[in-house]
Design a protein around this ligand. Structure first.
Ligand code: 1CP
Length: 360
């Protein structure tokens, strides 16, 4: 067991020096892996996979058997929380998640309960405990949840969307009741993430996939502020007070100065901004995670390697960089290129044109 591998990711989250840049990949377990598809075929649906701790543990570990990754991420989904709040959820083949009775007006909020994480979401906590046991300290385990805004998007739309017509018209017609929904999600998420920490998660990540669809004032009020409250709730609890927290708003590079004050240790970056520019705006108190375009993994290997090195050079060896994609890995990704990515990141030993990047 390598002591460096066991601590590299957590050290980078805290901005400490590391022997080499840690790397993990959003959605590192999933359909691009044949062994995932085989495990998935053993159960009747995706939700069942999440609800069976032994299988959730198995798919969490699959990418780690293939690649020299520096962290594991709990296999689950962000939508287990609205499901536990009482919303019926199906994952339809070829379509993705669907809530059959989405929230459409303020009175619908009465349907929502506050789940007890060790009851309604016990299967997640059992999976965390089992994964920690199986990992046996080799690499740290990341727990996660969706951001309040991103969960509200699915709860209101009922499914994925291009324009978030229902969620955003609610925002512009009855912002107070939308805030009530977000408040309830903040409460549920603090309890859920605290329970993950107690069960053994060693870092926590908030996925704000749809924050970037908002105007600047709307992002501030409906995406950022509720996330900041989730983080404050975690910082106030003994089990999560010191855990590294990662916040990722896809499309959020407009708001980096704000995000630097979220209370998170690490800010996730999509691929639209250069790390050196991002770090200049974020300041020295936070680390960054990202930011390869996941579609670069479909490219020619020499160009992929160049893209990875460009990102590493943009960070220029500063502590506090976790290599990752700018969003989740997609189902047709060639596995060889994933291997090439991990190897390239770990083999990197500095670039010769550091000086082109201004000190921040
Ligand atoms: O068919 C299948 O096997 C289901 C595909 C799948 C997978 C592998 C879904 C359905 N969820 C997951 C796992 C998952 N989801 C993880 C696992 C851990 C990992 O390896 O990273 C995580 C962290 C998530 C988080 C998640 N779910 C997000 C946030 C991150 C992101 O990608 O933006 C979102 C938006 C979801 C919703 C969701 N769940 C599944 C799908 C296809 C979707 C997207 C729906 C849409 O908007 O179109």
């Amino acid at each position: 067991m390598s002591a460096a591998r066991a601590t590299r990711f957590l050290r980078a989250c805290r901005g400490q020096e590391v022997d080499r840049t840690p790397v993990w990949l959003m959605r590192q377990a999933g359909r691009y892996l044949p062994e995932y598809r085989a495990t998935r075929a053993q159960v009747s649906g995706f939700l069942k996979l999440c609800q069976t701790p032994e299988l959730a543990c198995e798919v969490t570990l699959q990418p780690l058997r293939r690649f020299d990754l520096d962290a594991a991420i709990l296999f689950s989904d962000i939508l287990t929380v609205p499901h536990a709040m009482g919303m019926e959820l199906d994952f339809l083949e070829g379509e993705g998640p669907v809530f059959s009775s989405p929230l459409r007006q303020a009175s619908d909020l009465q349907r929502l309960g506050q789940p007890d994480p060790e009851q309604e979401l016990r299967y997640v906590m059992d999976a965390v405990r089992l994964i920690r046991h199986e990992l046996d300290g080799r690499v740290p385990l990341i727990g996660f949840a969706g951001s309040p805004w991103t969960l509200a998007c699915y709860m209101i739309e009922g499914r994925g969307s291009r324009d978030f017509l229902h969620a955003k018209s609610w925002l512009y017609s009855d912002p107070e009741s939308l805030e009530q929904l977000l408040d309830r999600l903040v409460q549920a998420l603090v309890a859920y993430l605290r329970a993950q920490a107690t069960a053994g998660a060693q870092a926590l990540m908030l996925f704000d996939t749809w924050g970037g669809t908002l105007s600047t004032p709307a992002y501030h009020r409906f995406s950022f502020t509720p996330m900041q409250r989730v983080i404050a709730g975690l910082r106030a609890a003994p089990e999560s007070v010191d855990l590294p927290i990662i916040v990722f708003s896809k499309g959020g590079s407009n708001w980096l100065e704000l995000m630097a004050n979220s209370g998170a240790n690490v800010i996730g970056l999509d691929w639209t901004i250069e790390i050196n520019a991002a770090r200049k705006r974020l300041g020295k108190s936070v680390a960054v995670q990202g930011n390869l375009d996941p579609i670069a993994l479909y490219g020619q290997s020499a160009l992929l390697r160049a893209e990875i090195e460009r990102i590493l050079c943009a960070n220029a060896g500063r502590p506090g960089h976790i290599f990752n994609l700018g969003h989740g890995i997609t189902p047709q990704t060639p596995i060889d290129n994933v291997e090439l990515l991990v190897e390239t990141v770990h083999a990197w030993n500095g670039c010769n044109n550091d000086s082109v990047y201004e000190e921040y």
